[in-house]
Design a protein around this ligand. Structure first.
Ligand SMILES: C[S@@+](CC[C@H](N)C(=O)[O-])C[C@H]1O[C@@H](n2cnc3c(N)ncnc32)[C@H](O)[C@@H]1O
Length: 224
């Protein structure tokens, strides 16, 4: 199955006629709430970290965090930001489908955060990815996975549309490798570009120009 998009091209501004919609300059509010609630324990893996808004915020807060992403463009940007801000975070460019190939095959993380990576993967890559995250997790570690639902975006848009999920679909996929604790309605905040065919909607927007698209937050743990 083909990739959702050319991620480097997206980060170079060639797909959305500007920065990608998910680059909001700060962690997703849903994930920020988890951090504020003390639910993120070190060491942390930020899987599909993009330009590192979350990884860097965690580093800034003193967390031991590793960000991985397939996009060289995004990882370079994240690493430059860490250097210029004097933050310590580990960034690895590579494919989340094979964490072992990135030196992340053994249990070492107490929190795995998937902030919109799952729906960015080809469907046939999900199982390898989830198996790898579980293998890289310490016993008792938590997985937080924020994912777009089927009512988030129109599938017939000329813009690349991620692999949107139903609740049952994401639960079944994750449950093969993790113990699922909860799945709650949530949102992904984006700078919504002009998407043709976007169905009429009343998605919430805020004073910063962010639009809140429907999503699910799945929480799971690795059985000790
Ligand atoms: C929607 S973006 C989210 C980025 C970041 N988590 C955020 O919230 O800003 C999805 C990210 O997944 C990355 N990605 C896609 N496929 C990947 C793969 N196979 N392995 C690692 N990263 C991947 C993309 O490069 C992109 O940065």
């Amino acid at each position: 199955m083909s990739d959702v998009m050319d991620w480097d091209a997206a980060y170079r501004g060639h797909i959305f006629a500007g920065p990608p919609p998910w680059n909001i300059g700060k962690p997703q509010p849903t994930i920020a709430n988890l951090i504020a609630a003390g639910q993120v324990h070190d060491p942390v893996l930020d899987a599909g970290c993009g330009v590192g808004d979350l990884t860097l915020a965690l580093a800034q807060a003193g967390h031991d965090v590793t960000g991985i992403d397939i996009s060289t463009e995004a990882i370079n940007h994240a690493a430059e930001q860490a250097t210029s801000r004097g933050l310590t975070a580990r960034f690895i460019q590579g494919d989340a489908r094979d964490l072992a190939a990135l030196g992340l095959g053994e249990p070492q993380f107490s929190t795995v955060i998937d902030c919109t990576l799952f729906h960015s993967l080809p469907i046939d890559a999900r199982d390898d990815y989830l198996r790898g995250t579980s293998a890289a997790a310490n016993p008792g570690a938590h997985l937080y996975l924020l994912v777009f639902t089927t009512d988030s975006l129109p599938t017939d848009s000329p813009c690349p549309v991620p692999n949107l999920v139903t609740e049952a679909e994401v639960r079944d996929a994750v449950a093969k490798h993790w113990t699922v604790d909860s799945i709650e309605p949530s949102h992904v905040a984006v700078r919504l570009p002009d998407i043709p065919n976007l169905p009429k909607h009343n998605f919430r927007t805020d004073e910063d120009g962010l639009t809140y698209l429907p999503a699910l937050l799945l929480t799971a743990h690795k059985t000790a």
